[in-house]
Design a protein around this ligand. Structure first.
Ligand code: CA
Length: 224
């Protein structure tokens, strides 16, 4: 496996380099848009990890130019600007996936593995399925049967985490760490609040309730 990392911040680039090399990847690196573009077009990568804010050419421009050159290598965009507009611009410019900064390296590795498994040019998207629930990891949306479910960013992260661990009972504190981050110090009932939101969207009006409360402990998607 060979990844190309295009990131202008030396500390982040070096950390990613070490993480990927430790996982057995070969790594190429570039510190600006034009450098990244020429390496990506030269080819031979399984995944390109592309920062959005870069000197020279930004990540959107680089991605468009890579696609215009006929290169179909999967592109994962990284950005601190984690709003919906940026995500849409990224996907429109030909990126395959999107990760907002700051990110957990575990998640970065998981997404790179998922992208590397997809044959070039394959439009089938990574999806998690449980019962008639389908979670679309690229579009950050969900369906139950034919019913399409729109989710906010946090609702999506929560559902993604629960679907990745379907049938496992997850404690409130584990959910809080995984979805909101270890340094979260907001309201303590935020997990219950968001599970409630999710339930309204996923389970309301359905015969089978997929989100399960484990009293005094936490929640599970399915199981039991
Ligand atoms: Ca940057």
């Amino acid at each position: 496996m060979r990844v190309l990392i295009v990131e202008d911040e030396p500390a982040i680039r070096q950390t990613m380099l070490r993480v990927f090399e430790r996982e057995g990847y070969f790594v190429d690196e570039a510190e600006d848009g034009p450098g990244g573009l020429s390496l990506a077009v030269a080819g031979g990568h399984d995944v390109v990890i592309l920062d959005v804010l870069l000197p020279g050419l930004d990540g959107f421009q680089v991605c468009k130019a890579i696609r215009a050159a006929g290169v179909t290598t999967p592109v994962l965009m990284l950005t601190a600007l984690s709003d919906v507009d940026d995500r849409v611009t990224g996907l429109d410019s030909g990126a395959d996936d999107y990760l907002g900064k700051p990110f957990a390296f575990k998640e970065l590795l998981a997404r790179v593995r998922a992208l590397a498994r997809r044959p070039a040019g394959d439009s089938t998207e990574p999806k998690l399925k449980y019962d008639d629930l389908e979670v679309d990891l690229l579009r950050r949306s969900a369906r139950r049967g034919t019913r399409r479910i729109e989710l906010t960013t946090t609702e999506f992260k929560l559902l993604e985490y629960m679907a990745l661990n379907a049938t496992h009972v997850l404690s409130r504190s584990k959910i809080l760490d995984e979805v909101w981050g270890f340094d979260y110090d907001g309201e303590s009932n935020v997990v219950d609040t968001y599970v409630h939101y999710l339930r309204r969207k996923i389970d309301a009006g359905e015969d089978r309730q997929l989100i399960r409360t484990v009293r005094g402990y936490g929640y599970a998607l399915g199981g039991a």
